[in-house]
Design a protein around this ligand. Sequence first.
Ligand code: 5GP
Ligand code: ZN
Length: 110
Amino acid sequence: MEQDCIFCQIAAKNSPASIVFENENLIVFKDINPHAPVHLLIVPKKHIRSVNDITPEDSAIVSEMIFTGKEMAKQTGVNESGYNLLFNVERGGGQVIFHLHLHMLGGWKR
Ligand code: 5GP
Ligand code: ZN
C-alpha cells in the first residue's frame, strides 16, 4: 500500500470508485474517463508499478487479471462483439497511473 497511489487508495476504500468486482487479490472499477462504452480497470491489490516490474512471483495475479478481464467482458455483454485488454507500460507507452492495471474496453457499435 502506497499512500500517494490513487489505485492503492481505491483498493483500500479510502477513495471512491464505481467498483464492479472485488476479491482478495484484485479490484475492478469503471474508468473515470472512459474511452469506450465499457471501460473497466482490473487492478491488483498489491502495488506493482508497471509490467516492467512484474516478477515470476506475480505470475498468478497477472494470470488472474487476464482471466478476470475475460469474465468482465462476459458480464458486461461485450464478449461476443469483442473487446481490448490493454496494458500501457511506462510514460512512452501511455501509462499515467503507476500502479499496474489492465484496461478492458469494448461495446462499440461496428
Ligand atoms: P493508464 O494511462 O495509466 O494506463 O490509465 C490510467 C487510467 O486510469 C486512465 O484511463 C484514467 O482515466 C483512469 N483514472 C485515473 N484516475 C482515476 C481515478 O481516480 N478513478 C478512476 N476510476 N479512474 C481513474
Ligand atoms: Zn498503488
